[in-house]
Design a protein around this ligand. Structure first.
Ligand code: DX5
Ligand code: ZN
Length: 220
């Protein structure tokens, strides 16, 4: 079943708890939380204390996307804060296998993410050991950017690489997803669709999430 994961990056940061409840009631499947450190990406967001406080507001899975250097330093803090999925960028993890194994040992599902210019070949050995692959379809750092169309063949390529696996990871796409391109991303092989500006900027969470799910009907 395909899923919609609204990114709270585009929510009203003064009312995060209410915003999470609102998208939950509107049909969101996961809550996508973007963690930025001002080093790996040129923006700063929130830390584990805020994630922990938000954990009480919903029972939906927290899909935590770490866009931070040296992610190993903060894994325990984000696990303790209540992450259900914890994703690190391959560009930031020197010993990626150890990082992924460490997340899973704590009972949390481990994701790996690729920037748009990072080749899929870097996934080859880690693919059977992770629970989720997050394909960036914009350069990370900001919400509201434009989807990069050349990421569609990349999604297809990763889906192909997964086809031989007994338990393939979930394939998630993140960045610039709108009502105009969600179907294409889905047909390319994505399972989960992060959407920040398209949901929180719409003013009609119910209508937007319903319309997005409508675009996904009949393709798995
Ligand atoms: C980008 C973040 C995304 C972003 C998605 O650095 O990882 O999750 O918030 O937002 P939209 O859908 O607005 O591109
Ligand atoms: Zn993200």
């Amino acid at each position: 079943m395909k899923k919609i994961a609204p990114s709270i990056l585009s929510a009203d940061f003064g009312r995060l708890a209410e915003e999470i409840q609102a998208v939950g009631e509107a049909g969101a499947d996961w809550i996508h939380i973007d963690i930025m450190d001002g080093h790996f990406v040129p923006n700063l967001t929130i830390g584990p204390a805020v994630v922990k406080a938000l954990r009480k507001t919903t029972s939906l899975p927290f899909d935590v996307h770490l866009m931070i250097e040296d992610p190993d330093r903060y894994l325990d803090a984000f696990i303790d804060a209540g992450s259900d999925f914890l994703t690190v960028h391959v560009e930031t993890a020197t010993h990626l296998h150890r990082t992924v194994a460490g997340i899973r040992e704590k009972g949390v599902r481990a994701g790996v993410s690729l920037n748009p210019a990072t080749p899929v070949s870097l996934l080859e050995e880690i693919l059977p050991d992770c629970d989720l692959v997050l394909v960036m379809t914009v350069n990370p750092g900001f919400g509201g950017q434009k989807f990069i169309p050349s990421m569609l063949p990349k999604i297809r390529k990763i889906r192909g690489m997964m086809s031989s696996l007994e338990r393939p990871p979930i394939l998630e796409v993140d960045g610039g997803i709108t009502l105009d391109n969600i179907r294409q991303a889905s047909l390319a092989g994505a399972d989960v669709f992060v959407a920040g500006a398209a949901v929180f900027g719409s003013g009609d969470y119910v209508g937007t999430i319903r319309a997005m799910k409508g675009k996904l009907e009949d393709n798995g």
